[in-house]
Design a protein around this ligand. Structure first.
Ligand SMILES: Cc1cc(-c2ccco2)c2oc(N)nc2c1
Length: 158
């Protein structure tokens, strides 16, 4: 049987800017990323995405305002569990993005995305998301900073 854990990743964005959060602890600490985390057993993927937005930056998003834009599968040398990351994008949100124990949110213009302080895969698949293409990416990490191989393809539908 395949060992995998499902995660969410949410990007609030409009035509000018994208909201990223600086991870203040745990997995991916000190990297800018979208908001998200593990999907618990008692919730759907979309419910987890909404919960994590609230927990991580105090913002409310509604189910109908989140669009499923891609899926990223991550595997790691020596680790049997694959991370199955469901990526969402949205424009509409309620409240003000605020810093929490987990994340420090900040808006970035598209010409100023801090890829050097993000996961190495981001610069490979962000162009799909920023050009409103649906995508499926598989990345194998040799170590936490090195991708040993990957494949990304555009999807016609999610
Ligand atoms: C290995 C890895 C994990 C994640 C992640 C953890 C929780 C949600 O996503 C990433 O997110 C991004 N952008 N690259 C990522 C690489």
């Amino acid at each position: 049987m395949v060992l995998k854990k499902v995660y969410t990743l949410v990007f609030l964005r409009n035509e000018k800017k994208i909201l990223l959060g600086l991870k203040k602890r745990g997995f991916g600490i000190n990297k800018w990323n979208g908001f998200g985390g593990k999907v618990e057993q008692d919730e759907s993927v979309i419910e987890a995405a909404i919960r994590e937005m609230k927990e991580e930056c105090c913002v409310t998003v509604k189910k109908d305002d989140l669009k499923s834009v891609g899926q990223l599968d991550f595997t790691f040398e020596g680790d049997p569990v694959m991370m199955d990351v469901r990526v969402f994008s949205g424009v509409v949100y309620y409240g003000t993005p605020s810093e929490t124990d987990e994340m420090a949110p900040k808006w970035f213009t598209y010409d100023n995305i801090p890829f050097d302080d993000m996961w190495p895969d981001d610069r490979l698949w962000f162009p799909y998301m920023l050009n409103n293409k649906l995508f499926y990416g598989k990345f194998h990490y040799k170590d936490l900073d090195t991708i040993s191989n990957y494949d990304i393809r555009e999807l016609k539908s999610m």
